[in-house]
Design a protein around this ligand. Structure first.
Ligand code: THU
Length: 133
């Protein structure tokens, strides 16, 4: 398994962050998701005048990948101005497809910290819970 090019992921996440539609929170987020096959899918947050309809950058990237036939993920890079951590809903969606995925969290200065889905969402409910009786 080749090493993960975190700089490339950070560049892709920053490009996506520039497309964020965040007129209400003024908190642009970019994400870059690396599949096991080596493709990168990006996402940004997309808000709405009906506030609850907004969608996070991470889930946009994951849903884009899944909708194009990719379900195995190695890593995701998330960039915000202050290195904010992914929300609980995004953690659960990451858990669905990639319980062992690496999660890189970056700020605007380029500081990156690495964690995993398992660390971010311990003792999670997952697909297996629905199949065991
Ligand atoms: N947001 C994300 O895109 N990802 C996260 O993990 C945290 C929050 C977005 C949602 C909303 O558009 C804005 O950031 C403020 O919550």
């Amino acid at each position: 398994m080749p090493t993960i090019d975190t700089q490339r992921l950070l560049e892709a996440a920053r490009e996506a962050q520039a497309h964020a539609y965040a007129p209400y929170s003024h908190y642009p987020v970019g994400a870059a998701l690396l599949t096991s096959e080596g493709q990168i899918f990006t996402g940004c947050n997309v808000e709405n005048a009906v506030y609850p309809l907004g969608m996070c950058a991470e889930r946009v990237a994951i849903f884009k990948a899944v909708s194009e036939g990719y379900r195995r993920f190695r890593a995701i890079m998330i960039v915000t101005r202050n290195g904010g951590s992914p929300c609980g809903s995004c953690r659960q969606v990451m858990r669905e497809f990639a319980p062992d995925m690496l999660v890189y969290i970056a700020d605007e200065a380029g500081h990156v910290r690495a964690t995993t889905v398992a660390e971010l969402l311990p003792d999670a409910f997952g697909p297996e819970d629905l199949s065991s009786s």
